[in-house]
Design a protein around this ligand. Structure first.
Ligand SMILES: Cc1ncc(COP(=O)(O)O)c(C=O)c1O
Length: 347
């Protein structure tokens, strides 16, 4: 049967989102804490003021100003996206044709969106301890004449933060553009905004900080490059409810910083508890999730699922992730539940 769909698209697997109804959801790096009641009430009052019949502000100067002030850049250096996923798409759409280079394993959307746009992708395997070899990465960038490279700092799904010297060496050594993705920045206490230049941009999102439902990400870069990228931004890409919510929530930064600190403290507690189990190999994390290797990832995943806990089985997605699972850090109670079930399953 002939169809209208390109064969290479037909060959792709869709981004899979499993059903999590009624489960403890520890598969997608969400913040476990919802808004406190009094903040929620205030937020709802702001939302009630949105004119639903009107298109939202397309320029979003006020929102860009607030984000710029928070991150120490100018509003002209901020590009907003419907999640950072949309910005990855804008970058890969607007940049000169040429290979996209990424480490392996890393966040899947760099590869997936490149494929949608018929951009070649070259991936550079990490070492066994998930460290990144800058020379090898630069060698591949040179060989492929890379136009763009993505480095998630910290990396998903491995959870580690590469040495700053490695990232700086790559930024200096490659002739194409480097996008440093700081999706997990709220948990890493490290940022590369000081490296922003005509060659280096920093990608961020509010998703992991507690606003996943809003779908709001942003790119920080050189003002001229940002204004060029703005040409491939869909008009009104940030909906009116998201804009109103973000303007309100940005004034509550302290609340989300406190939540991130609680998540980091819980990460250390879960790490310590699971590291007591002989059968578990844990990898250091600067994110809101832990990657662990167990004797049988499928058995652990199924056992947790039966107990009503959804995590992510990474086994089979990359040779370096053999028998690995990724567990998002949840609330104290959720984490205690996950620890208890893992202890039971591995006893
Ligand atoms: C490294 C990295 N970048 C970007 C994203 C996408 O985030 P957003 O919700 O802003 O699209 C994720 C989501 O898991 C991620 O892990």
């Amino acid at each position: 049967m002939t169809t209208m769909i390109r064969n290479d698209i037909k060959a792709l697997a869709a981004y899979h989102v499993p059903d999590s109804g009624g489960m403890i959801k520890l598969d997608a790096m969400e913040n476990p804490y919802n808004l406190p009641d009094e903040v929620r009430q205030e937020w709802l009052e702001k939302l009630a003021l949105v004119d639903l019949n009107r298109y939202p502000d397309s320029n979003m100067l006020l929102l860009r100003q607030k984000i710029a002030a928070r991150d120490g850049v100018e509003p002209e250096q901020v590009l907003l996206g419907n999640g950072s996923d949309e910005i990855i798409q804008m970058l890969l759409l607007a940049m000169n044709p040429g290979t996209c280079v990424v480490p392996r394993p890393t966040f899947v959307m760099y590869d997936m969106v490149s494929r949608w746009l018929k951009r070649p992708v070259a991936s550079v395997p990490l070492k066994d301890d998930f460290s990144l070899d800058a020379d090898y990465f630069l060698q591949v960038c040179g060989r492929e004449k890379a136009e763009i490279a993505f480095l998630a700092c910290p990396n998903n799904p491995t959870g580690n933060l590469w040495d700053e010297a490695v990232v700086q060496r790559i930024a200096r050594g490659m002739s194409g553009h480097l996008i440093i993705d700081e999706a997990y920045g709220p948990f890493s206490e490290h940022s590369y905004t000081s490296m922003i230049s005509t060659k280096v941009m920093v990608l961020r999102t509010f998703s992991k900080l507690g606003w996943a439902a809003l779908r709001l990400g942003y790119l920080l870069g050189d003002a001229e490059q940002i204004s060029q990228l703005n040409k491939v931004r869909m008009p009104y890409n940030i909906n009116g409810l998201t804009q109103a919510s973000a303007l309100f929530l940005l004034d509550k930064s302290e609340l989300f910083e406190q939540q991130a600190a609680m998540i980091c403290a819980e990460r250390e507690r879960v790490f310590e508890r699971l590291s007591r189990l002989d059968q578990v190999t844990l990898f250091p994390s600067k994110t809101n999730f832990l990657l662990l290797r167990v004797p049988d990832a499928g058995v652990l995943f199924d056992g947790l699922k039966k107990a009503g806990i959804l995590i992510k089985n990474m086994h089979g997605s990359d040779p370096l992730l053999t028998q690995c699972v990724r567990i998002t850090i949840g609330s104290k109670e959720e984490n205690s539940a996950v620890i208890a079930v893992i202890e039971e399953l591995l006893r």
